[in-house]
Every structure is written in structure tokens, then in C-alpha cells.
Design a protein around this ligand. Structure first.
Ligand code: HEC
Ligand SMILES: [Cu+2]
Length: 350
């Protein structure tokens, strides 16, 4: 691994992530290879053009093929290209496979703004990450192709509607840099008063104040690599629903899962028979049932993960006293993840 926290140079911006060194090394390798070859080839051309120029008294002598020379200039570039491919692929894989302990942040791109959704469920138009911690971004777009680009991190990933792309990085020190969109994504447009489509930050480090026209070129954001303390503060400021996250760095997916569960409650039609208000419908209300003992046709049961799972996949196994055996099974129509989300939702209705 190469040194990865060099300041900005004439050619390249500051290095702020662990991959910067390797990527810049490759950049400079290609750059200097091109410089050397350019000087050598153009130099030789000029030298020989002068040396063998037409003059009185000089007769051209035709030259034939030179086999060793032709093989040499075919094989040498192949070695260089294979080496470059190898290095490039290595770098690609480095960015693609995130460490298991990465903090996962969702990135939603749209014309013309970035939204970052944090593991505590809060969201912000700014990307804040704790210094020295691996961060995995899961990116998607609401409309057209965008490309997420943070020059100092040397991280760039296409953001594609209808699918998720991922990229990860780890910053090396405290600092900040621009986020740009590197895929032309549409023309200039503003709100009625020329405002940005998001509330810009009043952070003095953010150079993009309100009142700027928008469009692809104005699809800016800011990335802040900050101390654990500042990061925790930031999480609080966007509505940290889960304090343990800030201190342990462990994601707190329960809130997010519960939110998803609520969607399943309406999308899959559970709401036709179940309420969340405490008033029973065709089926029992979900309000406050988590953890309770309940009477069924096979005796008392405790309402926990497994019971809820069974109730959904095999509703006739235990019939809640006072209700009919009318709930259809959702076996094959609900994934394990969705089951967990429904469970998290019911749990949140304590
Ligand atoms: C056609 C009406 C109906 C629909 C739709 C329905 N349920 Fe039910 N559900 C019931 C009835 C009636 C009961 C109580 C009888 C039983 O235990 O089977 C019940 C019981 C349950 C229980 C156990 C509750 C308790 O207090 O013990 C859970 C959990 C549950 N349903 C989840 C779901 C989920 C999740 C969905 C949607 C994916 C759903 N149900 C859709 C009628 C329905
Ligand atoms: Cu864009």
C-alpha cells in the first residue's frame, strides 16, 4: 500500500482515503509511461526526419522488414497493457468488496441533489463519515443515470435507476471535499426563486449557498470526514433514533426495519384485518401484543419472533381465542427479510 494522505499537487487533489495512494500510483505510472514514450517516439521521428532529409547528392536506400524490431514493439506494449489491466482490476476489486464491519450509508441521487440515509434512519444532503472507519455506500437513483464522485477519496461509482450499486472507502484523516456528479444528468433548472432542490447547509465549510441555479453541474454535495465525536454529534442532529449507534458504531436497523414493516402491513393487505390502534378487527389488533401471553386453542403462548413468524406462515397452527381461522397463509409471498420487518414493526407498537 502506498502513502495515502498526500496534500494536493499540481495534478491531483488531496488524498483522503486508503485507496488514494494506489490509485495515484497507477495514474502516475500511466502518466510517466506516456511522457517517456512520447518524448522517445517524437524525438526519434524528429531526429531521423532531419538526419535523412532530402539533400543534393543523397540517394534513398529502401529498407525492408525488420522482424525482431516488429516483434519487440508488439510484445512490449502487451506486457504494459496486461500489467495495467492487472493493477486496474486490483483497484476495482479493492473498491468493490467492502469489509464486513463497514458502516452502511444509503445514497439516493436525483436531479439534482444527493440524499444520504444513515444507519440510525436519519437523512441529510451531506455525507458525514467517521475518520478511519470503513464506510459502504449503497447507491441508487430516482430518475436518470448519475455518478457519485468524491475526488479526494478517489471514489467514483455510477448511480443507476432501478438497481443498487455499491462502493466503499475509508478515510485517513479529518477533512472535507466536494461531492460531484460525474455523469451528465440534465439541464439547468431552478425552483421558482432559483433555489436549490434541498436546504443547503449553513456550515461555513460548504461553499454552495442558497440561491444557486441547479442542473447537472450544480449537483453538489459535501463529504465530511470527522472525528467519532463530531460524527456522533452529526447523527444526533439528524434525529438519531438509536443512541447505541453513536457509541458502538453498530448499525441500529430496528427503526428502519419497523418502517419497512409498516409498508408491508399496508402493501400486503394485513391492514384489512389487523389494526394498530388496539381495536380488534377481523383479526387481533397489533398494538401492544409484543411480549404478551395470549390464549389460543392450544393453550397460552408468548408473542415473540417465532410465534409471529408461525402466525404468518402457518396461521391455522394456533388460533387466537375469540377469532376465526380465517387468516390466509402468506407462505411463499413473504421473504425472510420481510418477516423480520413485520416483526420489528409489531415490536415497535409496544
Ligand atoms: C383475512 C384477514 C386477515 C389478513 C388479511 C391477515 N390476517 Fe393475520 N390474523 C387474522 C386472524 C383472524 C387472526 C387470529 C386467528 C389466528 O390466530 O389465526 C390473525 C392473527 C395474526 C397474528 C397473531 C396475532 C396474535 O395476537 O396472536 C399475526 C402476527 C398476524 N395475524 C399477522 C398477519 C400479517 C403479517 C398479515 C399480512 C401479511 C396478516 N396477518 C393478514 C386475519 C388476517
Ligand atoms: Cu447527476
Amino acid at each position: 500500500m502506498n502513502e495515502s494522505n498526500a496534500p494536493a499537487t499540481y495534478q491531483l487533489p488531496e488524498q483522503m482515503s486508503t485507496v488514494s495512494g494506489d490509485i495515484d500510483w497507477l495514474y502516475y505510472f500511466i502518466y510517466w509511461t506516456s511522457v517517456v514514450l512520447f518524448v522517445a517516439i517524437v524525438g526519434a521521428m524528429i531526429y531521423w526526419a532531419i538526419k535523412y532529409r532530402e539533400r543534393p547528392g543523397h540517394k534513398p536506400t529502401p529498407t525492408g522488414h525488420n522482424m525482431p524490431l516488429e516483434i519487440a514493439w508488439t510484445v512490449a506494449p502487451i506486457f504494459i497493457l496486461v500489467f495495467l489491466f492487472h493493477k486496474g482490476f486490483q483497484g476495482y476489486m479493492d473498491l468493490a468488496v467492502a469489509p464486513a464491519n463497514s458502516i452502511e450509508i444509503r445514497v439516493n441521487a436525483k436531479q439534482w441533489s444527493w440524499e444520504f440515509v444513515y444507519p440510525n434512519g436519519g437523512s441529510s444532503p451531506e455525507l458525514h463519515v467517521p475518520e478511519g472507519k470503513p464506510v459502504k455506500l449503497v447507491l441508487t437513483s430516482a430518475d436518470v443515470l448519475h455518478s457519485f464522485f468524491v475526488p479526494a477519496l478517489r471514489v467514483k461509482r455510477d448511480v443507476v435507476p432501478g438497481m443498487f450499486t455499491t462502493v466503499w472507502f475509508q478515510t485517513t484523516h479529518v477533512g472535507h471535499d466536494d461531492i460531484a456528479c460525474a455523469e451528465y444528468c440534465g439541464g439547468r433548472s431552478t425552483g421558482a426563486n432559483g433555489e436549490l432542490p434541498y436546504e443547503p447547509s449553513d456550515d461555513p465549510r460548504n461553499p454552495y449557498p442558497a440561491g444557486q441555479a441547479t442542473g447537472h453541474w450544480a449537483m453538489h454535495g459535501m463529504m465530511f470526514s470527522e472525528t467519532e465525536e463530531d460524527y456522533a454529534k452529526f447523527l444526533k442532529s439528524i434525529g438519531d433514533k438509536c443512541d447505541q449507534f453513536a457509541t458502538t458504531g453498530k448499525p441500529c436497523p430496528a427503526d428502519i426495519a419497523a418502517e419497512q414493516g409498516q409498508k408491508i402491513y399496508s402493501n400486503k393487505g394485513c391492514l384489512a384485518c389487523h389494526t394498530t390502534t388496539g381495536v380488534p378487527g377481523v383479526g387481533p389488533s397489533w398494538k401492544g401484543i409484543w411480549g404478551k401471553e395470549e390464549a389460543t386453542n392450544v393453550g397460552k403462548v408468548k408473542i415473540d419472533e417465532n410465534y409471529i413468524r408461525e402466525s404468518i406462515l402457518d396461521p391455522q397452527a394456533k388460533i387466537v381465542t375469540g377469532f376465526g381461522p380465517v387468516m390466509p397463509t402468506f407462505r411463499g409471498q413473504i421473504s425472510d427479510q420481510e418477516l423480520n420487518e413485520v416483526i420489528a414493526y409489531i415490536e415497535s407498537l409496544k
